[in-house]
Design a protein around this ligand. Structure first.
Ligand code: COA
Ligand code: MG
Length: 297
C-alpha cells in the first residue's frame, strides 16, 4: 500500500520557476499541470519541460510526481491527452490525474493506454497510478459507484466544483452565504463515499483563496473529520497547514496503538475494553486507519 498523499501541489507545467520552487518544498506530491493552467500555445513547451523534470527525478521518491493530462473527451477528434501521455511516460511519472472523467470507462481506457506506453518506455507494467477528478461532469456525478474495482491503478478520487457548475448551466456554485450550494456539497460527499467504496484515497479539493490560512486550516480540519485523507494545494504556502492537518497527533497515534494492542492481546474476541470503554470492530478499523496515516519518511 503506497503512502497516503496528504498534500498534492498543482504546478503549471510551463513554469520552470514554479517547478523548481515546488520541487524544493514539502508537498507529498506535485501535480504538473498540462490542462487548465497551460494555454494551447504553451502546451508543447510544457510537455517538454514536464518530461525533462520527470526524467531528472525517479518514481517512488520523497515527493511523488503526478501529471494532470487533458481530458479523454474524444481522443480521436482531440488527441491532446494522447500527446500528453506519449510525452510524459518517458519520464515514468508516479501517476496521472485525469480531469473531467465521465465514468470508470475513462479510467479503464487510460489504464490501457498506460500499459502500452509503459511497455514502450521500459517502465514496470501497471506501476503508473491514476487519480480521477470525479465530479467535473454531470455523468460523473451519477456513475461514481463504477470506480469500485475498475482498475488496480486507481489510487484516489478528488473533486472540483468549477467545471461541474459550467457543465450543468449554473450561474454560480455558491449560495448567498458564500458556502458551496447543495449540488456541490452532494458531489463532494459522493466523491468521499465512492473513494472509500473503491478503497482508494479521498482527496479534498483546493482552497482557492490561498492568502486565507485560517480558512484553509478550517477546511482541512473539516475534511479530515469527514474521512478525506489529503487535499489539493495551489500555492506553496498551503502545504504546511495541509501536511500538519492530515498528520495524526502523537496522542492520537498512541491511542490508536493502544486500541490495536488491546485487540491483539485478546485474539478471537470481538469486543474488548480500554480504560473502561467498550471497543469493537469499527474502533479497530479506525485505529488501523490512523496508524496507516503515520509517515515514516
Ligand atoms: N507551485 C510552485 N511555486 C508557486 C506556486 C505553485 N503552485 N504558486 C506560487 N508559487 C511561487 C511563486 O512563483 C513565487 O515564487 P518566487 O517568489 O520565486 O517568484 C512564490 O511562490 C510566491 O507566489 P505568489 O507571488 O504569492 O503568487 P503568484 O502570483 O506568483 O501565483 C498563482 C499565484 C495562483 C498564479 C499560483 O499560485 C499558481 O500558479 N497556482 C497553481 C495554478 C494551477 O496550477 N492551477 C491549475 C489547477 S486549479
Ligand atoms: Mg478544471
Amino acid at each position: 500500500m503506497p503512502a497516503t498523499l496528504r498534500s498534492m501541489l498543482f504546478v503549471p507545467g510551463d513554469s520552470d520557476r514554479k517547478l523548481n520552487k515546488a520541487a524544493a518544498g514539502e508537498a507529498d506530491a506535485l501535480i504538473l499541470d498540462l490542462e487548465d493552467a497551460v494555454t494551447a500555445e504553451r502546451l508543447p513547451f510544457a510537455r517538454g519541460l514536464v518530461t525533462d523534470y520527470l526524467r531528472s527525478t525517479r518514481p517512488g521518491g520523497r515527493q511523488q510526481r503526478w501529471v494532470r493530462i487533458n481530458p479523454l473527451t474524444d481522443p480521436i477528434a482531440d488527441p491532446k491527452p494522447l500527446a500528453d501521455l506519449a510525452a510524459v511516460l518517458a519520464g515514468a511519472p508516479d501517476g496521472i490525474l485525469l480531469p473531467k472523467t465521465r465514468s470508470a470507462a475513462d479510467v479503464v481506457l487510460l489504464d490501457h493506454y498506460l500499459t502500452v506506453l509503459e511497455q514502450r518506455e521500459g517502465v514496470a507494467l501497471g506501476t503508473t497510478r491514476i487519480i480521477t477528478v470525479s465530479t467535473e461532469t454531470a455523468q460523473a456525478v451519477l456513475t461514481m459507484q463504477g470506480y469500485v474495482g475498475c482498475s488496480a491503478r486507481l489510487a484516489g478520487l478528488t473533486w472540483g466544483a468549477e467545471d461541474l457548475s459550467a457543465a450543468i448551466g449554473a450561474a454560480t456554485n455558491r449560495e448567498e452565504s458564500g458556502d458551496y450550494a447543495f449540488t456541490y456539497r452532494m458531489a463532494r460527499s459522493l466523491c468521499l463515499v465512492a473513494a472509500h467504496a473503491a478503497e482508494v484515497q479521498a482527496i479534498d479539493t483546493l482552497t482557492t483563496d490561498f492568502r486565507d490560512s485560517d480558512l484553509l486550516r478550517r477546511e482541512v480540519r473539516a475534511a479530515r473529520r469527514e474521512g478525506f485523507t489529503g487535499k489539493i494545494a495551489i500555492h506553496p504556502d498551503q502545504i504546511g497547514p495541509i501536511n500538519a492537518g492530515f498528520s495524526p497527533e502523537p496522542e492520537e497515534l498512541a491511542h490508536a496503538q493502544a486500541v490495536v494492542d488491546a485487540f491483539a492481546a485478546a485474539p478471537g474476541v470481538g469486543a474488548v475494553q480500554l480504560a473502561g470503554k467498550m471497543l469493537d470492530r469499527p474502533h479497530l478499523v479506525q485505529a488501523q486507519r490512523v496508524l496507516a496515516m503515520r509517515r515514516t519518511g
